[in-house]
Design a protein around this ligand. Structure first.
Ligand code: DLL
Length: 423
């Protein structure tokens, strides 16, 4: 599609999306009225800048269904972000949304070189997380043979991979490396498998990690990006050039802004990605601030696709941590610690990647009495903190009790999180 045709299509789709939310979603109706936005006179895509941003807090404030733009009877699927209790956001899909979602994920798969001849093992979690079902329906849409194995039970994954002759692997990049290590332990030679391509996403990773995956598994690892607030996977994905992710621009309008000034950055500069959905019926999003940092690549890709690309995500503007694909906020950890007697309001969160496995350790200061008390009491406290954290976060956490005043203090903003993962 030529750029002109694409922009015309985007404008038409934007106009109908604005009409949809302006008519059916009180949150947007109110915002548009406050800002005196009259979407009937939208004449060009530049008018987008007159619209308000939407942030995650808006989704939380409207929990669970406040931002839905269709009646409940038209909702056929509900997903939720991997954030846990209290912080979850809920998204809905109409039948048409699910059809588009499948088409777009199929497009991402095709871009990565997957065809109907592939046997595709989907090792993302199936459930409220959009990864499993999103990739599943896209792969079926494409006509590949889908193995809906879900995440976990790594030895079995490898057994199935051998027996079912899996050619394409779908999971988080860190899980791909765990699989590679498990193969070594099991004495399975990856070169003896049928595996040839990997589609990895849902968490940050680097070129160095891609290289390692490629070498260890003997495949071509590709990156794909998405977020539940605007759909899930299927927003953007790499082609076989593996040099930036093609954005599905006929369904999503992307802006890159300076997170401080909220103004667009200069073309090609790094900034926060802001997404407006163009075809979503049930859960349209206007100028959603993703907090993800990237830059736009507008040069033509050698693969021939005309959609712009985005560079792989290079960080986040906020403090959300993604550990083993699960979203964790430091404030969740803080709230657990503050509830437990004997701990001090000083803690540090250390994240490391040991053998490709994300490990989170919470170092927490405890008062003198406990620190110098019997080992048994210390152990009890440690176990209590651990179990509370597990139930709050949904992932395992190491806990280390340290003596009062041993953690570094800061006069300005405190540095609670030390991320030692080398991505
Ligand atoms: O992670 C959707 C997804 C599933 C994408 C499977 C790709 C594959 P959420 O759980 O809502 O949705 O998390 C979205 O994850 O804002 C990014 O910070 C991060 N993320 C997703 N894909 C990538 C990627 C899914 N390829 C959040 N690289 C996003 C870096 C990614 N970060």
């Amino acid at each position: 599609m030529s750029r002109d045709d694409l922009e015309q299509l985007q404008l038409e789709r934007l106009q109908s999306t604005l009409y949809r939310v302006g008519t059916h979603v009180p949150f947007y109706r109110k915002k548009f009225a406050e800002l005196k936005v009259n979407y009937d006179d939208f004449k060009s895509l530049d008018d987008l800048r007159r619209l308000p941003f939407t942030i995650k807090q808006d989704l939380r404030d409207n929990y669970p269904y406040g931002l839905f733009a269709v009646p409940q009877r038209d909702i056929v699927r509900i997903h939720s972000s991997s954030g846990t209790t209290g912080l979850a956001t809920v998204v809905g899909y109409s039948r048409n949304d699910l059809k588009n979602w499948s088409d777009l994920v199929a497009r991402v798969l095709t871009g990565a070189g997957v065809t109907q001849d592939d046997v595709i093992q989907i090792a993302f979690g199936y459930g409220l997380f959009t990864g499993g079902f999103g990739l599943h329906y896209g792969a079926e849409r494409l006509g590949a043979s889908v193995i809906p194995i879900s995440a976990g039970n790594t030895k079995r994954q490898i057994q199935i991979m051998q027996d079912f002759k899996t050619t394409a692997l779908v999971c988080t990049p860190s899980y791909a490396l765990i699989m590679a290590d498990t193969m070594m332990e099991m004495g399975v030679n990856p070169n003896g498998l049928s595996l040839r391509v990997g589609l990895f996403g849902a968490e940050p990773w680097s070129e160095a990690m891609r290289k390692e995956i490629n070498e260890k598994l003997g495949i071509r690892a590709t990156d794909n990006y998405g977020l539940s607030e605007v759909m899930g996977p299927g927003v953007a994905g790499e082609c076989e050039e593996c040099n930036g992710l093609h954005i599905n621009e006929d369904h999503f309008l992307m802006e890159i802004i300076d997170p401080e000034t909220l103004e667009p950055v200069a073309p090609g500069e790094v900034g926060e990605l802001v997404v407006t959905t163009l075809t979503k019926e049930a859960f349209p999003m206007i100028r959603y601030r993703t907090r993800d940092l990237t830059r736009l690549i507008t040069e033509q890709c050698p693969c021939g696709r005309t959609f712009n690309r985005m560079q792989r995500i290079i960080g986040r503007t906020d403090d959300m941590l993604i550990i083993k694909g699960v979203n964790v906020f430091p404030i969740q950890i803080e709230s657990v610690l503050f509830d437990i007697e004997g701990t001090q309001p000083h803690y540090q969160i250390i994240i490391e990647r040991i053998n490709h496995n994300d490990q989170i350790t919470v170092e927490v200061e405890v008062n003198e009495a406990i620190f110098f008390d019997q080992v048994r009491k210390q152990r009890e406290l440690m176990e209590l903190i651990k179990s509370r954290l597990v139930s709050e976060l949904g992932i395992g956490v190491n806990v280390k009790l340290v003596e009062e005043k041993t953690l570094q203090r800061s006069l300005g903003k405190s540095q609670r999180v030390v991320d030692r993962r080398e991505l």
